[in-house]
Design a binder for this molecule. Structure first.
Ligand SMILES: Cc1ncc(COP(=O)(O)O)c(C=O)c1O
Length: 186
């Protein structure tokens, strides 16, 4: 049965262009051929040239030391949150963001990580003042605020760099790390 998008997004228009995910935009023949012809190997031994190239290319583009291939967005988000946070720690996150609304609370279930959802702005960006208000005091009754989880694009909106910077600066003021869920970043 087809998934009814109008229920999830309350969109009554039948003009909808469905760009939800690469699972609905199917690979073309050309893409399938490239996949079939790709050089492969054992990634654990660093012997898969295609994966090595992809990881190197992404690290370079994002200015990072290294990259690692994950097989889904949910898996990447979970690994990232669990890398940043220990049990009893907390993420501050937009209340519409995927990690909070659509990942079966995996960070809480598997990592004992609490989530503090906050209201976002017109472009679904994190608002510095709301981050500030969500940071917990140094008090043994509270979880320990550790990480700000951002998303871009968020619910179909691209968030401008100055807004991302403002949220990151606020996080840094409180010694919080930041994570970007960039499912549609590129
Ligand atoms: C913003 C965002 N993050 C994470 C995901 C999860 O990606 P995946 O379906 O590959 O687990 C999605 C999926 O659409 C998403 O839109």
């Amino acid at each position: 049965m087809a998934y009814d998008l109008s229920k999830k997004f309350n969109n009554q228009s039948n003009q909808l262009i469905d760009l939800r995910s690469d699972t609905v935009t199917k690979p073309t023949l050309g893409m399938r051929k490239i996949m079939a012809d790709a050089e492969v190997g054992d990634d654990v031994y660093g012997e898969d040239p295609s994966i090595n190239r992809l990881e190197k290319m992404l690290a370079e583009r994002l200015g990072k030391e290294a990259g690692i291939l994950m097989t889904s967005g949910t898996q990447s988000n979970l690994c990232s949150v669990l890398s940043h946070c220990a049990r009893g720690e907390e993420i501050i996150i937009g209340n519409s963001y995927h990690i909070f609304t659509d990942e079966a609370a995996g960070a809480s279930v598997l990592g004992g990580v609490a989530m503090a959802p906050i209201e976002t702005g017109n472009d679904n960006e994190m608002i510095p003042e709301n981050i500030f208000k969500a940071v917990k005091p140094d008090d043994s009754h509270c979880p320990i605020s550790t990480l700000v989880c951002m998303e871009n694009t968020a619910s179909g909106k691209a968030i401008a760099l100055d807004k991302m910077d403002a949220a990151k600066n606020e996080a840094e003021k409180h010694n919080l790390s930041t994570h970007l869920d960039g499912a549609r970043f590129f």
